[in-house]
Design a protein around this ligand. Structure first.
Ligand code: MN3
Length: 194
């Protein structure tokens, strides 16, 4: 069984005017589709790995019996597939505030505003392509802000993703060009979870 591009539960224009429809459409149908296609290609010679959930492939990445070039491909494209699937759900305009998460954020960072400031500062510092994440550390159960490079996924590293911000230029270049802070501000506008 091959991985497939997940459908969005909303239209590409649903996040206008903050995130534009053209960016959403290209991000979903081109960028995410490419991660899916290249992940499937990397798994072609490993029938025993096909059909395993992406979460399993990523958390078990170091132990997979595959060639190293294929492990890298699974890490990059599998990570891209998982991260983007998470991102589309997170941005669903039908989402409502997660009161429990808000409580934990306040307990950890002092206030939602303080958390947003720290997260934004962290995102501003991602060099090149990567993501900023709010994660739960599986060992300590504590919330942490993490910058991860490329398409590295929190679940590869023992973290449960709670909020993720795609900071690859493809996520904002059409509308914001090099103005990353403007994109981050727009992303906060459409995030309904906190
Ligand atoms: Mn992306």
């Amino acid at each position: 069984m091959k991985f497939e591009l997940p459908k969005l539960n909303y239209g590409y224009d649903a996040l206008e005017p903050h995130i534009d429809a053209k960016t959403m459409e290209i991000h979903h149908t081109k960028h995410h589709q490419t991660y899916v296609d290249k992940l499937n290609a990397a798994l072609e010679k490993y029938p025993d790995l096909q059909g395993r959930p992406i979460e399993e492939l990523l958390t078990d990445l170091a132990n997979l019996n595959v060639e190293e070039t294929d492990r890298t491909a699974i890490r990059n494209h599998g990570g891209g597939h998982f991260n983007h699937s998470f991102f589309w759900k997170e941005l669903d305009p039908a989402n409502v505030k997660d009161e429990l998460l808000v409580k934990e954020i306040i307990a950890t960072f002092g206030s939602v505003e303080d958390f947003k400031k720290q997260f934004t500062d962290s995102g501003t510092k991602v060099f090149g392509s990567g993501w900023t994440w709010l994660v739960r550390n599986n060992q300590t159960s504590k919330l942490e802000i993490k910058n991860l490079a490329n398409q590295d996924s929190p679940i590869m590293l023992g973290f449960q993703p709670l909020i993720g911000l795609d900071l690859w230029e493809h996520a904002y270049y059409l509308k914001c060009q090099n103005r990353r802070p403007e994109y981050i501000a727009s992303w906060w506008e459409v995030l309904k979870l906190i």
